[in-house]
Design a protein around this ligand. Structure first.
Ligand code: NIG
Ligand code: ZN
Length: 411
């Protein structure tokens, strides 16, 4: 029996993120053919091959599904009161994390699983087809292990964030020993990367370096939450350790931007085979009333930038990548094309997952998502709009018309 093939045609504007297909990666009056979970043909609609099924895009815009490379969705409880206090003028502090830790530890496996399923479902309905999520609200060996297992049932990539904060009542030195030893050993088989919150009130430079080294010793990729609440050593440590991404990047000086840019320069020194992605989190910047990360300056310097939701109950309770893209355009000075690329291919480069879902700790895997081209996973997002420009031109409007993930319709 021949495989079922689906033709999506009459695409008014196709954003591919593939410069080899067209200048700027955009095609007009295009078509895409999907077989099973893969894209098998991309080109002008009038040359499309015959297929078993057809979907009429009716002149609307098609783009890759969002790749949300930074979320914290294994949690229980909510932090409405903290948010209200912040909107009344209180500053965000890392300590609020412990409120969610307490609620998460008290929750049943079933409750955590149901909440994660709900949030991933919300994300999918908004066009997200690849999602990373982190542990980090358990902070005991058993609770982190359970978070990693539950995360693995719903997310495409799972990151260990035992080094989120030192849990209330723990000795900082003993906790760092635990995170880099027994906890990491327990969680390692269930995660593809290790993250650390390098910030005042969380982990300092020495602690961060220890976490990154321990992860690398176990062959795991690394990421850093860096420069979120003030200037700090997070960006420099991430680059020095060859981390796949450093996320938040709100407070950067020229040397931070230069270090990130150098990491992507073909002339760079050091042993890391590729650069560190700067992941900006616009919804978080707004929700914490922090300055928006300098995404424009990062792009201008030649840094690979990703946009992610940072979905979590404390600093960014949203999974809307469309909102993040609109904010990046309207407030951070990106063009719509730059923002869409950062929220799709940028995230895929940050995750560095190959087609089997394996994360290359050195970041050299060719991402199977984030692009519309032959061989890519068929993760497609149809807008109820003629172009991606409408994502920023009509901010806040429900523009997702259809979503396919690995060839299957999910919204
Ligand atoms: N910065 C550290 N972690 C999260 C916040 C977690 C929380 O406040 O619950 C973040 O990325 O913003
Ligand atoms: Zn985060």
């Amino acid at each position: 029996m021949s495989p079922t093939s689906l033709l999506i045609d009459r695409i008014g504007e196709l954003t591919t993120n593939d410069e080899t297909l067209a200048a700027g990666g955009r095609l007009r009056d295009a078509a895409v053919v999907v077989e099973h979970d893969r894209i098998v043909w991309v080109g002008p609609a009038e040359r499309a091959p015959a297929t078993d099924e057809r979907f009429d895009a009716a002149g609307r815009a098609l783009l890759p599904g969002w790749v949300d490379s930074h979320t914290h969705l294994v949690f229980a409880g909510d932090r409405t009161a903290e948010f209200e206090a912040r909107m009344a003028g209180e500053a965000y502090a890392a300590g609020g994390i412990n409120v969610t830790v307490e609620a998460t530890r008290a929750a049943t496996d079933a409750a955590l699983d149901a909440n994660l399923r709900r949030l991933v479902g919300e994300a999918r309905r908004g066009g997200t087809t690849t999602i990373e999520t982190k542990t980090g609200y358990g902070l005991t060996v058993a609770d982190e292990l359970r978070a990693a297992r539950i995360a693995g049932a719903h997310a495409d990539a799972v990151t260990f964030l035992g080094a989120h904060v030192v849990p209330a009542g723990s000795d900082p030195a003993a906790y760092l020993d635990l995170v880099t030893g027994e906890m990491l050993d327990a969680v390692a088989p269930h995660v593809s990367a290790v993250d650390v919150f390098c910030e005042r009130g969380a982990f300092d430079a020495a602690g961060t370096a220890r976490v990154l080294a321990a992860a690398q010793a176990r062959g795991l990729a690394t990421r850093v939450h860096g420069n979120q609440l003030g200037h700090g050593p997070g960006v420099q440590l991430a680059v020095a350790h060859g981390s796949l991404s450093v996320d938040h990047v709100g407070f950067l000086d020229d040397t931070d931007i230069a270090a990130l840019a150098d990491s992507w320069s073909p002339r760079r020194g050091g042993s890391a085979p590729r650069g560190t992605v700067a992941t900006v989190l616009p919804a978080c910047d707004l929700s914490t009333r922090m300055p928006l990360a300098p995404a424009r300056a990062l792009l201008d310097a030649g840094v690979e930038v990703a946009i992610a939701s940072n979905g979590n109950p404390g600093t960014s309770y949203t999974s809307s990548m469309a909102f993040c893209v609109a904010t990046a355009v309207l407030q951070m000075g990106l063009t719509v094309q730059e923002a869409v690329r950062a929220a799709t291919l940028g995230g895929a480069i940050a995750l560095a997952m190959d087609e089997d879902g394996w994360t290359d700790p050195r970041g050299l895997a060719q991402p199977a998502v984030g692009r519309i081209r032959v061989g890519a996973r068929a993760d497609l997002h149809l807008l109820d709009a003629p172009s991606i420009t409408h994502l920023a031109y009509r901010p806040g409007m429900p523009l997702t018309a259809a979503v396919w993930r690995a060839g299957g319709r999910v919204a």
